[in-house]
Structures are given as C-alpha cells and as structure tokens.
Design a protein around this ligand. Structure first.
Ligand SMILES: Nc1ncnc2c1ncn2[C@@H]1O[C@H](COP(=O)(O)OP(=O)(O)O[C@H]2O[C@H](CO)[C@@H](O)[C@H](O)[C@H]2O)[C@@H](O)[C@H]1O
Length: 475
C-alpha cells in the first residue's frame, strides 16, 4: 500500500512528546512490511536550523478566497524514509512547535488548518497517490475533511485513518479566527456555538478512527472517558478501534544504550546499580544504593496525574525514598516541584529540562517509574521502564491498564504496581505498597524485574494491526 503519513512531529527531527516516537517508529515498521510510506510534516525553524533541507518540488499555492498561501516542499531522509516538509515560514519558522514556552500561539488553528490541506497538496505535487492517508491528532484532523471535498480526482481511491494519540487536545477555536477556512461556508453546520472542533471533524470525516490502545478505545466510548465527544464517538462506534503502540527497542534497551554509564541485561543487574549511582550523582541526590529511587519523565500536565502527585508529596517524603523528576510544562507544577526540591534536597530532585540523555538515565537508574495518569491513551514511558527493569507504578487507565500487571492481582504475570482511584490517598497507598515490596521481598522483586525486561511490545506487531486496519478502510 501507499501510505501518506501526516503528522506534526517526528522523533529525531523535532519532538515534544510521545506523538513523535510513534511518527518515527510506525512508518519505519510499515516500510519493513513492504509498504511505501511518505511522511509529511511542517518545516519548523528547528528543522531548518538542523537540516537546511533542499526543495524537492515546484512551489505550491493554496488559495483561501483571493488570498494565496504559497509554500515550498523540502525533503529530509529518515533512515531511508522520505519526509516532506511544508515550508511556510509565516506559520512554522518559529521558536516552538505549538507555543513559545507555555503559551500556545494564538493562530494555531489557522496554522494547522492550512497544514492539514497543504499535506494533500504536497502528495499531489510529488505525484504520490496514496491508498491510505493516515492522520494523527488534532493538528491533522482536518485532512480527512479536505480529502472529502477534494475534486481534483487525484485522491478518488484514497481512504483516511484518524489516529487519536491524545483526545484531550482537540483544537477548538473560533471559526472567525481561522481565515484559511473562510470560504468553507458549509462548516457553519459543524460549529459548536462559534467554535470549530478539529478532532470532531476528524471523527466525522475519517474512514476509520483509531487510538493507541484497546482500553483507551473503550474509554472513548464512555461518557467519562470521551473528553466530551461521547456523541461523536458513539455515532462512529463501529469504526473506532484501538491498536497498542510499540516500544522501539533499538533505542530503549539497557543491553545497548549509549546514554547510560553501564549496560546490563536480565541476567546481571550490576550495571543497573551503576546507573543508579550515576543518576544520584547527576541529580545531586545522596549516593545511597539501598534507598529506592522513583523516577518520572514527562510533560508536566494534569494528564500525568499531578493532581494526585502534588498533594501526597509531603507524606511520601517521610519515607526512605528518592524521587527523581525530569520534565517541562505547566509553570504552577514546575514552581511546586522546585519548592519541594528545596525543602527536601536529600530526597527530591527536579530538573526542569527536556533531555533525552536524562530520560534514559532515569529509566535505567530508577527502581520504580511513576506514571499515575488521570488518563493515558497508551503511554510509552511505562514500556521503556519495563525494558529497563524499572517497575512501573501506574493507574489502571488507558494503555497503562493494557501494559502493566499488578503484583497482587496476578503474582505469576506481575510486572508492576497498579491502583484504581484517581486520588492522592490511593496513589500514596500504591507507592507505599511498592516500597514495602522492595524492602521485604528483594528476591521476588528481582524476579519481577526479569519478567518486566522480557516483556515485549513490538512495532512489528503494531504495524501488522495497522495493515489490517488499512485493509478494512479500503473495503
Ligand atoms: N522532559 C523530557 N525530556 C526528555 N524526554 C521527554 C520529556 N518529557 C517527555 N519526554 C519523552 O516524550 C515521550 C512521552 O511519551 P508518552 O507516550 O509517555 O506521553 P505523551 O503524553 O507525550 O504522548 C501521547 O501520545 C503517545 C503516543 O501515541 C501516547 O502513548 C500517550 O499516551 C499520549 O498521551 C517519551 O519518549 C518521553 O521520554
């Protein structure tokens, strides 16, 4: 099949979160199944600085009423895959992808409405006639609509997939603030008050809708888990499915990881102890081999459970424990964590940083990985933790429920510690249970670590599921 993969960020090129991991790994895995994949993404300033990519097609123009939007198409290679970038400097030559610091650009709707359309024009410009147009998250959720209204004939046989990596970000904007869409009067019927919701458009116009774990797909079909799109999801119930993300073991495997001080495998954890010492040194925590280290790497948002983490920190600090957090995001959460790190310098280290090296150091050097999300479409870090024998402490939600088995629930298959209720008492009780297990049952703990390391969620398996979904879409 010919697959046009439309996405706003790709690992190794630009990344703000897990979407980028998928946008690299899935196209590569599909290519390995002999499909022809073309990635289209915006040409951000960060790309221009790193690659200064050459133009690979004539300039293109899209019109909105009389206004021309002229853009260039530039090509980058990603492990032999073609990545075409939509170069429209007014929209994309900026410091951030979606925001400067924490403030979203006010014209994000305009930027990504244009990009969603320009991606199709790009495919046409290089004569790539896709069987499948695979769109990802709200940034590209209008592409199925543009495909639907396209009258060039070029896409007559193309079907679309809309993958939801995070249903909470929907791209809801006042229609009058999206000049690019002004000629699309028919969209008036789709507005919620005066606002257009991009994700709702994706759900409505895509041939098939999927998300990144089977459990989150089920949650989207409930009033509580649908992010207020219950009606839209249930209308398309028969076309909604979940495919679990994979883990890229070529990057996330302690057997062979250039970011950590010493490699290790499931037969010998000496290297892991060295990684723990190195992490403690890096974060200026006391060098205490027997104190359990709980690590976290994430975007600092409500989604990741800070609503329950922050209220229980004082109590957690009464235990013999070290907490190592690397993340960027919500200024209020950052402030709180900085304060806690000042109050408990021996026990809590917080680096407000986006650092691949530190992410790997935390995965390798921690005993536990904390991911008590409010909701979690799939979650990648708990998979990385398993590969590093760092036992995840997670809430039973979304993809976390699909990937971590609780010690008490099924001792023979256990890989971590799981709790249910979204509140600080339940989280604290689960962390205490994990700490107790670590101290009381070191041998069992080591066995669970070995099992965790042997667990595999491969992109090959995920790609085969996508292949089936594409075939269904093609009828
Ligand atoms: N400060 C930091 N420094 C270095 N690296 C950092 C970092 N903060 C985050 N990262 C990295 O970004 C990625 C985060 O991936 P996740 O899947 O855990 O969450 P995210 O919510 O971004 O993704 C969304 O999309 C993915 C992909 O579908 C879903 O798995 C997920 O549930 C959904 O919320 C990981 O590779 C992590 O290491």
């Amino acid at each position: 099949m010919k697959i046009l993969f439309v996405v706003s960020e790709v690992e190794d090129l630009v990344k703000t979160g897990g979407l980028a991991d998928v946008a690299k790994s899935l196209p590569l895995a599909l290519r390995d199944l002999s499909h022809e994949v073309l990635i289209v993404m915006p040409y951000y300033q960060a790309l221009a600085t790193q690659f200064s990519a050459a133009e690979c097609a004539p300039k293109q123009i899209l019109y909105s009423e009389q206004t021309p939007y002229e853009f260039a198409i530039r090509e980058i290679q990603l492990q032999g895959l073609r990545v075409l970038c939509v170069d429209y400097p007014d929209f994309f030559a900026r410091k951030g992808l979606y925001s400067d610091d924490y403030h979203a650009y006010p014209d994000n709707a305009e930027r990504f409405a244009f990009f969603a359309h320009a991606a199709l024009k790009t495919a046409q410009a290089v004569n790539f006639q896709p069987d499948i147009v695979h769109c990802n998250d709200w940034h590209t959720a209008l592409t199925p609509y543009f495909l639907h209204i396209d009258d060039s004939g070029f896409f007559n046989h193309s079907k679309s997939i809309f993958t939801i990596h995070n249903g909470a970000y929907q791209g809801t904007h006042r229609f009058v603030d999206i000049p690019y869409l002004r000629p699309h009067h028919q969209l008036a019927a789709q507005l919620d008050g005066d606002a257009l919701n991009f994700v709702r458009m994706g759900i409505r116009y895509a041939t098939k809708i999927n998300t990144v774990s089977p459990n989150y797909a089920q949650e989207l079909l409930t009033p509580l888990g649908s992010h207020h799109l219950f009606y839209e999801f249930t209308q398309r119930r028969g076309d909604v499915s979940g495919i679990l993300n994979g883990c890229d073991y070529s990057q996330w495997d302690p057997v062979n990881d250039p970011h950590i001080i010493q490699t290790y495998d499931s037969k010998n954890f000496k290297g892991k102890a060295a990684c723990k010492a190195d992490l403690q040194k890096e974060l200026t925590l006391p060098a205490e081999p027997k104190t359990p280290v709980i690590g976290m790497v994430c975007r600092l948002t409500e989604q990741k459970g800070f609503g329950f983490i922050l209220p229980m920190l004082d109590k957690l600090m009464q235990h013999k424990v070290q907490l190592a957090i690397v993340g960027t995001g919500d200024p209020d959460i950052c402030r709180y964590l900085h304060d806690m790190a000042q109050r408990f310098p021996q026990k809590l280290a917080f680096h407000q940083d986006f650092s691949v090296r530190k992410a790997h150091m935390i995965e390798a050097g921690s005993d536990f990985f904390l991911m008590p999300s409010l909701f979690e479409p799939c979650g990648l870090n708990q998979m990385y933790s398993l590969a590093f024998a760092t036992l995840p402490i997670v809430r039973a939600v979304g993809g976390l429920k699909d990937t971590v088995v609780d010690v008490a629930e099924d001792p023979q298959a256990a890989t971590g510690f799981v709790f249910e209720q979204p509140n600080d008492q339940a989280l604290l009780a689960c962390v205490q249970r994990a700490l107790l297990f670590y101290h009381e049952f070191p041998e069992k703990f080591a066995l669970i670590q070995q099992r965790a390391m042997q667990t595999r969620f491969t992109w090959q398996a995920a790609a085969k599921e996508y292949e089936k979904l594409y075939l269904k879409a093609l009828g």
